[in-house]
Design a protein around this ligand. Structure first.
Ligand code: FAD
Ligand code: SF4
Length: 467
């Protein structure tokens, strides 16, 4: 397709086909199809090439967005895939799950009256279609270095690190307690946002690049000691998944679930993976109340709808505009039938032998610290519920063996790193993703893994060449 200046004047922003809400709630497939070549080229051609690509700067991995949009417009798909991977080891994942409205698309110059280019959907198209046509990262010219690195955690941080190591000729061995790669991409984010076949394909591609996976392996103090002894370096991409405990009276009643264990058990159930200790849940025909307002809460409400709940409500202590997650997810949840109760704070979970409801109080802006809320006296009411899912965010999950290995933590329990590349207080250990930042985003975990992988490679290969 030829470049036509000001194409955005004639061609409106368009997303790929969206499944109607009443159809998509019947299953777990992604709610958007992919672009066809023609649609991707047409939407790419809306890019102004404004010369000041704020989208690139707002993208945490600094993707060269206008450049790959131009390649898509010209039908040069494999070059676009090569370029997309130069900055982002998991472009097809970020294209699906990034909150683009807050990142690249939120800062597109066309937002001033013409609506942003559909950057995320085009990124997804580039990689899905290139893989479908047989494109793969070409590492044939990369000499092997004889170096080996142990990567703990197969989430986006660990996978991005492994990608960069493989591209430098270093053998990356990735260890994870789960049976599949992906971390929260496979055991957290539901399939209607990211179908599990996406991670299966990515696993195949990484294995073809030489990455070795050791799955179903818990890295404890003994194994960590062996890995530190036998490998040239270690990367910790272990995440931060300890739920924040609100300490609500009644939270131990049967029928009260914690968000992530529920999502993990559901993901395993869908894959047919049996796992002792998974929380039992039955939502069909029940009234489900989700407490919290982030992306995890949105994944819970939308999963509850698909599990056949009779009524799904989300209660959040602030207003809609204050919700920490992507506005897009709230819109989808509402379209799928979820009810929202804003400015409501839970005080207690009610019930004798199992949960029967939650007592909530109304909140209003407090005159104290900016953004804080206070309870409205006398506003308490009890909302009936058969199942309550608590989703109050996550705390760090430091392993007991980290301090013994000489890994310093900050005051909140995150791994303390020096500089963007994730060097820790141990000379052989790097870290990145949620275990350093606290619960954040896929794309920031990818950034950290990419930077750490590059830094480890530089360190090991410099040592090798100076021998
Ligand atoms: P993780 O993805 O948590 O991966 C860590 C891995 O390390 C896990 O697989 C774990 O099993 C493994 N591990 C840890 N310790 C050990 C050990 N000792 N031995 C073996 N294995 C170990 N972000 C977005 O950008 N968009 C979204 O839509 C979005 N939705 C989300 C929905 C939910 C429900 C949740 C919980 C988070 C969501 N996020 C989203 C946030 C995003 O998923 C995380 O920020 C990201 O996955 C962090 O990546 P990570 O690699 O640091 O950690
Ligand atoms: Fe946008 Fe995320 Fe892709 Fe960056 S990685 S271009 S923020 S979708």
């Amino acid at each position: 397709m030829k470049a036509r200046p000001f194409q955005f004047l004639e061609v409106p922003r368009r997303l790929p086909r969206e499944l109607p809400a009443n159809v998509r709630v019947l299953g777990w497939q992604e709610i958007h199809a992919g672009f066809e070549a023609e649609g991707a080229a047409e939407q790419s051609a809306r890019c102004l090439d404004c010369g000041n690509p704020y989208c690139e700067w707002k993208c945490p991995v600094h993707n060269p967005i206008p450049d790959w949009l131009a390649l898509v417009r010209e039908g040069r798909l494999f070059e676009a895939a090569e370029l997309a991977h130069s900055t982002n080891p998991l472009p097809e994942v970020c294209g699906r799950v990034c909150p683009q409205d807050r990142l690249c698309e939120g800062s597109c110059t066309l937002n001033t009256g013409f609506e942003a280019v559909t950057i995320g959907s085009i990124e997804k198209y580039i990689v899905d279609e290139a893989f479908r046509q047989g494109w793969r990262p070409d590492l044939s010219a990369v000499p092997t270095s004889g170096k080996r690195v142990a990567v703990i955690g197969a989430g986006p941080a660990g996978l991005a690190c492994a990608d960069r190591l493989a591209r430098a000729g270093i053998e990356a061995h990735v260890f994870d307690r789960h049976a599949q790669i992906g971390g929260l991409l496979s055991y957290g984010i539901p399939a209607f946002k990211l179908e599990k076949s996406v991670m299966d394909l990515r696993r195949m591609v990484l294995e073809e690049m030489g990455v070795r996976f050791h799955l179903g392996v818990e890295v404890d103090a003994t194994l960590a000691g062996e890995l530190l002894r036998d490998y040239d370096a270690m990367f910790l991409g272990t995440g931060a998944t300890t739920p924040v405990d609100a300490g609500l009276p009644g939270q131990d009643l049967p029928g009260v679930l914690s968000a992530l264990p529920f999502l993990v058990a559901n993901a395993r159930r869908q894959r047919g993976e049996k796992h002792e200790g998974d929380v039992p849940f039955a939502l069909a025909g029940r009234r489900v109340l989700v407490l919290g307002g982030g992306d995890t809460a949105m994944d819970c409400v939308r999963s509850a709808v698909r599990l056949g709940a009779a009524q799904v409500t989300c209660a959040y202590r602030r207003g809609e505009a204050d919700m920490p997650g992507s506005a897009r997810e709230v819109k989808y949840a509402r379209a799928e039938g979820v009810q929202f109760l804003f400015h409501r704070q839970p005080l207690a979970i009610e019930g004798e032998t199992s949960v029967t409801g939650v007592t909530l109080a109304a909140t209003r802006a407090s005159s104290g610290r900016a953004g804080s809320v206070e309870l409205v006296p006398g506003s308490e009411e009890t909302i009936a519920a058969d199942v309550v899912i608590q989703s109050f965010g996550f705390r760090p999950s430091p392993a007991p063996w980290w301090p013994d290995c000489g890994i310093e933590l900050d005051s909140r329990g995150h791994v303390a790193t020096r500089g963007a590349a994730g060097a820790t207080s141990h000379p052989k250990i790097f870290a990145g993703g949620d275990n350093v930042r606290g619960a954040d985003l896929v794309v920031t975990a990818v950034y950290d893994g990419r930077e750490a992988g590059t830094a480890i490679a530089r360190q090991l290969l410099r040592t090798a060449s100076s021998l």
